[in-house]
Design a protein around this ligand. Structure first.
Ligand code: MEV
Length: 296
């Protein structure tokens, strides 16, 4: 039996616009999915002690398994449908566990491709940002086909779960409709979101959380404009006024989680540490942390 873990992610800036070519700033967080893989007479995946349908996972790992069968047992600290990248972490942890089981070198491009196949089933048109953040760990500035690691100290973010569950694919389709109706406006938002992600990465590496928070507030207004916010999310954000510097949806929206940067001196009771540097690389056990500019 072999186990592997992959972390959850938050999108700090740029969700949805990244699907349409903008850069997004994302990071792994200290919540994990762990998959244990063993040889079996048939393909089966157990989560919370129950047999779960997961053809998309078995189809994606097909090229590693080559006709053999595996049993996958999943343990998760990541809520489903909450914007924290549970589906990407599941496909990635499964791919890593299976690569270890069959002694396949954990080549990041292969793991990325395999996980993206599973993601396509779940989301239709994924940008890859969820898989990239989980795979490389730390802060990443991601654009389709391209990833730059961002050196920055870990920060503590407040993560509030609206408890509204939704499907990423439906939200991505909603945004596509907005784009078709308002192409010029949408295009200008893509250009601005791209620049904010780049400047947000600079702010995070300089430890300028005020600047980052103001980008997050603008980003929330963009997300409201394209129709992926909800009254509940906006009520939660209003409720955080006076305690946080900035707050926004993270992930596809339509519910899910909100991330916020607490005001200096306010220590949130609940929150996740957003890792910089080695979290994902360590979890994936590559030996050397991956750095620099990578073409996926
Ligand atoms: C989902 O976590 C992020 C989206 O931008 C979709 C994607 O990038 O694939 C909404």
């Amino acid at each position: 039996m072999i186990s592997a873990s992959a972390p959850a992610k938050v999108i700090v800036l740029g969700e949805h616009f990244v699907v349409h070519g903008a850069r997004a700033l994302a990071a792994s967080i200290d919540r994990y999915i762990t998959v244990t893989a063993s040889l079996s007479a048939r393909d089966e995946l157990f989560a919370y002690g129950r047999l779960v349908r997961a053809e998309h996972i078995f189809n994606s790992i097909d090229r590693m398994v080559r006709g053999r069968h595996v049993k996958l047992v999943v343990r998760s600290q990541i809520p489903n449908g909450a914007g924290l990248g549970s589906s990407a972490a599941l496909s990635l942890a499964s791919a890593i566990a299976v690569s270890k089981l069959f002694n396949i070198a954990p080549d990041p491009s292969l793991l990325f491709e395999v996980s993206m196949e599973a993601e396509k089933h779940v989301h239709g048109n994924p940008s890859g940002v969820d898989v990239a953040a989980s795979l490389y760990g730390g802060f990443v500035l991601f654009k389709r086909g391209e990833l730059v690691r961002v050196n920055a100290p870990p920060i503590r973010l407040l993560v509030v779960d609206s408890k509204q569950r939704r499907k990423t694919g439906n939200l991505v389709n909603r945004v596509k409709k907005f784009m078709d109706q308002e192409p010029e406006l949408f295009n200008s938002l893509v250009v601005s979101a791209d620049l904010m992600a780049k400047e947000g990465a600079a702010a995070i590496s300089e430890g300028n959380l005020e600047q980052l928070a103001s980008f997050m507030n603008v980003s929330q207004s963009f997300l409201e404009l394209i129709g992926v916010s909800t009254p509940k999310i906006e009520a939660i954000i209003r409720g955080l006024k006076g305690k946080v510097l900035g707050a926004k949806i993270t992930g596809a929206g339509g519910g899910g989680c909100i991330i916020a940067i607490p005001m200096p001196g306010i220590v949130p009771k609940t929150g996740y540490t957003v890792n910089a540097g080695v979290a994902g690389a360590y979890q994936l056990n590559y030996g050397n942390p991956i750095s620099g500019h990578l073409n996926l």
